[in-house]
Design a protein around this ligand. Structure first.
Ligand code: FES
Length: 127
């Protein structure tokens, strides 16, 4: 389920414990409220945790076709629910669909000492 969340430190967005993101899976989060809402998702792909803004470069909508479902049926590419654009998990490049050649906005992530994933907020400088 996409969670509404608050940042815990300026410039860092607390997502979830890393062990809550299964291989080939993801979790979505919403920070703030419209019109300044920031939607973020984190995935685990080939053992790596990666985070992106949850905004399709075609029309800006959230990718997940149902909460926390970001991968296509084959589990190999991320998919946008609206028009079916497909993105490489490792770098967010759109490889099929109406925004082919564009990329999702990647967010740097950090793990704290408790194993909680934080994304660096692109809108605010980190301390
Ligand atoms: S909004 Fe994502 S493919 Fe059109």
């Amino acid at each position: 389920m996409t969670a509404t969340a608050d940042s815990t430190r300026a410039g860092r967005l607390r997502l979830c414990p890393a062990d809550e993101v299964p291989e080939g899976g993801g979790r979505g989060f919403v920070f703030g409220r419209m019109p300044e809402e920031l939607r973020v998702f984190v995935i685990r792909w080939q053992g790596r945790l990666l985070a992106y803004e949850n905004a399709c470069p075609h029309a800006g909508v959230s990718l997940d076709w149902t909460p926390d479902r970001f991968f296509d049926r084959n589990g190999e590419l991320l998919i946008c629910a609206l028009h079916g654009a497909r993105f490489r998990p490792e770098d967010g490049l759109c490889v099929a669909g109406p925004c082919r050649g564009l990329k999702l906005t990647a967010l740097a992530i950090e793990l704290n000492d408790e194993g909680v994933v934080h994304a660096l907020d692109p809108g605010r400088p980190s301390p």
